[in-house]
Design a protein. Structure first.
Lengths: 326, 326
């Protein structure tokens, strides 16, 4: 008996749930639609029911659960187990999600934000495995972040730390959705990459992307990377802007928590080595000459499952740490 | 019995040594010239003798020492207790300083770099007291840094972390001594502040500082702040450049380890509120609007003694943590 960890990854559209053994190997997983408009009671009830069904399918029961990990978008008071509010789930206001889940599942609930949970997944069993210090970036619509320093997640004084997309690399630079100017997110997220390309085309730049913009009325970062692969010069220039912004941010993190490995995740890593090699190029071009640095820059390896694996791994870590103290 | 902690602060010119009780109150302190040219054996022997003399003067002996803390400039392998080399002490190469001091003083030796030690001093009993997350900057010839996250110093994977002066805030900007371009140190250290003023004067800027440059052949950051106090416009502009660079770096740290308090130390804080208020001004102007932030930005309070207090406090902390684990 025993030895089962549940990982739950809550998104605006879907909730993913996975069961893991003590080696953090996936036993079984599923995905349900979030239906956030039904309100927190119904959503959380459905999560719990789905977890129970998964257990039953695997020949397990609630008694086998050691701990449950759950990741949601912020803002929340993670250590208190409360979702404060959520852009994608307007009915979720001051929801004591840990208490509610604990009442249904009986096991300790470990709660953190989605980026931290995915970061922990990569740290525990993915691209960050085997070192004690990593920095993690998710490159999507925005840029999320996570930091593991000396084997623990960095949360910060109000649990708002590691918002790495909002480090300023160009004071008074491009406007960011957060209200600041010059954030790395304003240059290097998927949205910003597409926007910089669109602006260049509207400014008269020559590119095979022009046809896409004319036909579809918009371009995405995927278009940029597709045309990069085909050798388009503008796509190369835009990618270099993205890669350089990310490289500068990597250097800044090296001078902060000094990670051994920097892991990029999110939709944009589909761009592959053409993006990764340019990040490494600009990193090497801009890094100091004082000391030889041995940081590795790489892509995440867990893909879509990072959230559920990370949640389960964090539940295990927290449970083991708590037991070693008490 | 016992209850005495020794704090040692090694600089290129002087070594400061202090005795502290368990409340980290200073019992007695002294300062000796480093005489680094005599080589490590003689210097370390002198440190140990001086500590013994201090103990004797206070009616104490070696048996009363619980632990010794020591801070030196890097680079070193702190966890192994070895100074790799030192710009100011060329004869110090691969010196096992912890082993050598331990053989003389008999107590456990806790070793860290000078900025971390001063940071820990402010954290334990100075401007950072009472919170669990601080960021610390020393504004001198260069800019040093320290980070306390969740009650522990951040060292990084190779013990080179928290080199906060070398975070890049202007990619391809002003050249820094470290080899990078656009570091905060290249704008906001005492040297860079003076250099920016000198460049402006050489470029023809009107200022009461012109006379100082003509008469002395150079100006210092002290001159800049003196003329700022007297209302000089160029001095105000240069100070704003310094303050804005520091403010951007504060924002970046808020998005990284999210400190509750940011503490500035070093010679340049003699500029007083005229500098501090401008840092706060630019911080508020550039910080995001997403969440209300409650970080406090302030000056250090321990002055010259931060090194010995910090070393003693770190020795106490490390000793207590070790004992609570074993």
């Amino acid at each position: 008996m025993g030895g089962t960890y549940v990982g739950i990854d809550v998104g605006g559209t879907n909730v993913k749930i996975g069961l893991f053994n003590t080696e953090l190997e996936l036993i079984r997983k599923t995905s349900i639609t979030t239906e956030a408009e039904m309100g927190p009671e119904i959503v959380i009830d459905k999560m719990a029911k789905t977890a129970e069904d998964l257990l039953a399918e695997a020949g397990l029961s609630l008694q086998d659960i050691v701990a449950v990990g759950i990741g949601t978008p912020g803002p929340a008071r993670y250590s208190e187990g409360v979702i404060i509010r959520s852009t994608n789930m307007p009915k979720f206001k001051n929801v004591p999600i840990c208490k509610m889940l604990n009442e249904r599942l009986g096991a300790p609930i470990v709660f953190d934000n989605d980026a931290n949970v995915a970061c922990w997944g990569e740290y525990a069993v993915g691209a960050g495995k085997g070192v004690k210090d990593i920095v993690f970036f998710t490159l999507g619509t925005g840029i999320g972040g996570g930091i593991v320093s000396n084997g623990e997640l960095v949360h910060g004084c109000d649990e708002n730390g590691a918002e790495l997309g909002h480090m300023i690399i160009h004071p008074d630079g491009r406007k960011c959705n957060c209200g600041q100017k010059g954030c790395v997110e304003a240059y290097a997220s998927a949205d910003s990459t597409a926007r910089r390309a669109t602006e260049a085309l509207e400014g008269g730049a020559e590119s095979s992307l022009k046809k896409v913009l004319d036909e579809k009325g918009r371009i995405t970062s995927k278009d940029v990377y597709k045309h990069l692969a085909a050798g388009d010069e503008l796509a190369k220039e835009i990618t270099d802007g993205t890669a350089k912004a990310l490289a500068i941010t990597c250097i800044n993190m090296l001078h902060t928590t000094e990670p051994k490995r920097i892991v990029f995740a999110g939709g944009m890593i589909a761009a592959g080595d053409k993006l990764l090699n340019r990040i490494k190029h600009f990193f090497n071009e801009h890094i100091w000459t004082l000391k030889k640095e041995t940081v590795e820059i790489c892509f995440a390896t867990l893909g879509e499952d990072a959230g559920i694996i990370g949640a389960a791994a964090l539940a295990q870590h927290t449970e083991q740490r708590t037991n070693s103290i008490t």
